[in-house]
Design a protein around this ligand. Structure first.
Ligand code: XLS
Ligand code: CA
Ligand code: CA
Length: 456
């Protein structure tokens, strides 16, 4: 396949600005624009995911694929199809102008009749992937193994009641961790695809936890053995496909890691829609991970507040994402992580260019959210009020409590004499929410003024 798969997009998607009428242009995202002294591209480290964009045919439980993805034709030789898909994928990454991509082993190369054949398929396609990466400069944000699609994983991979399935999963992760290392991946992700349960009637929770911990210890040990310097990331999700997934949310994952001495080996890859499913806001998940010291990377998307499953839509709300970006910037920003669009088109979005529209909108939303978050950081008003709220803990009483110097008895004594007699103070939530809106509107006004200037 040497013809362009996306002929309607001639070269790199340009920056057009807010007044642009070209839907195939960025309205906000400018990779080289400096925000808080750092390039936008380096703040966001955007990635496209292989699976939703190139593997998924647009099927749902009621109907078959609707998308134009010729490599999914079952009459094709699977390796020829895999190479055609790879070419289209890299054409897309390159035209969109993003620095990274992410993939599962089975997204890129077909499963063979035996494990050895599947591994050989992957190795062969990796040669081509390396060539495409060298040609386009697109890098690997993370790799991962698909431990959930094959029927052998119905009852889980590491948490399977059958140790032989644990062994196959271990072999698959070994191959894919090494593949990620070979491609210079910045991270390796483990989403607990079917690590969870359908019914407690046949499940031994304590045993499955031990199995999962052993699996993750083996993976960390192998990472060090092969000299992979990227971060290992677990991806929390509360349910789907199983009724209850073990890696429920950031806090649950941290508790698990700490119980097994793995909290310095793993961080988290947080997905917006998974936070929604867990009943959290996305910025709660990010702030929790930052505060626990395990924040790693982001899967950008959004759910639908009217239903309870993983719709993986492209993000489009600056109001919501600005708060997430704010927590990330407060935590020091991304290091090995990035923003991977784990987002998929709606089934009726049939045209090839729809893939561009989805990503362009998501990227612009992220860029605009970054501007708002930077504005909030620069204004410093939220931070100042937060510091003021806790100021007492830097005083004599607060320090003596935290250092362990005082006992309950001593505190009680000071309260009894009336020496300590506090008054509640306002949390000022509405004022703080107004400060956030003020920053959003200030960014709107600044962008408007800049465009007026540019228009002359
Ligand atoms: C599924 C997950 C998955 C991981 C990678 O819900 O989001 O796509 O990101 O295995
Ligand atoms: Ca994900
Ligand atoms: Ca998802």
């Amino acid at each position: 396949m040497n013809q362009d798969f996306f002929p309607d997009v001639e070269g790199r998607i340009p920056f057009g600005g807010l007044r642009s009428e070209d839907p195939l242009s960025f309205k906000v995202y400018q990779p080289d624009r400096l925000v808080l002294g750092k390039r936008m591209e380096d703040h966001l480290r955007i990635a496209v995911c292989y699976w939703h964009s190139f593997n998924w045919p647009g099927s749902d439980v009621f109907g078959s694929g609707t998308f134009d993805r010729p490599w999914n034709d079952p009459r094709l030789d699977p390796m020829i199809a895999a190479r055609a898909k790879l070419e289209a994928a890299f054409e897309f990454f390159d035209k969109l102008g993003v620095p990274f991509f992410c993939f599962h082993d089975r997204d890129m190369a077909p499963e063979g009749a035996t494990f050895a054949e599947s591994t050989a398929n992957l190795q062969a396609i990796l040669d081509d992937a390396e060539a495409h990466m060298a040609r386009t400069g697109v890098r690997l944000l993370w790799g991962t193994a698909n431990l959930f699609s094959h029927p052998r994983y119905t009852a889980g991979a590491a948490t399977n009641p059958d140790p032989e399935i644990f062994a196959v999963a271990a072999a698959q992760v070994k191959v894919m961790l090494e593949a990620t290392h070979r491609l210079g991946g910045a991270n390796y992700v483990l989403w607990g695809g079917r690590e969870g349960y359908e019914t407690l009637l046949n499940t031994d929770l304590a045993r499955e936890e031990q199995q999962l911990a052993r699996f993750l210890s083996l993976v960390a040990e192998h990472k060090h053995r092969i000299g992979f310097k990227g971060a290992l990331l677990l991806e929390p999700k509360p349910q789907e496909p199983t009724k209850h997934q073990y890696d429920y949310d950031s806090a649950t994952v941290y508790g698990f890691l700490a119980r097994h001495g793995l909290e310095h080996e793993y961080r988290v890859n947080l997905e917006a829609n998974h936070a929604t499913l867990a009943g959290h806001s996305f910025h709660h998940e990010v702030a929790t991970a930052v505060s626990l010291g395990i924040f790693g990377s982001i899967d950008a998307n959004r759910g639908d507040y009217q239903n309870g499953w993983d719709t993986d839509q492209f993000p489009n709300s600056v109001d919501e994402l600005a708060l997430t970006l704010y927590e990330i910037l407060r935590g020091g920003g991304l290091t090995t992580g990035g923003f991977n669009f784990d987002a998929k088109l709606r089934r009726q979005s049939l045209d090839r260019t729809d893939l561009f529209h989805g990503h362009i909108g998501g990227i612009d939303t992220l860029a605009r959210s970054l501007l708002v978050a930077a504005e909030l950081i620069e204004r410093g008003a939220l931070e100042a009020r937060r510091a003021e709220r806790y100021a007492g803990w830097s005083g004599e009483l607060g320090r003596s409590i935290l250092s362990g110097e005082v006992l309950l008895e001593m505190l009680a004594g000071r309260v009894l004499t009336g020496e300590i007699d506090p008054r509640p103070v306002s949390g000022r939530q509405e004022l703080l929410e107004n400060l956030v809106n003020q920053a959003i509107w200030a960014v709107d006004a600044a962008v408007d003024a800049a465009e007026d200037g540019a228009a002359g």
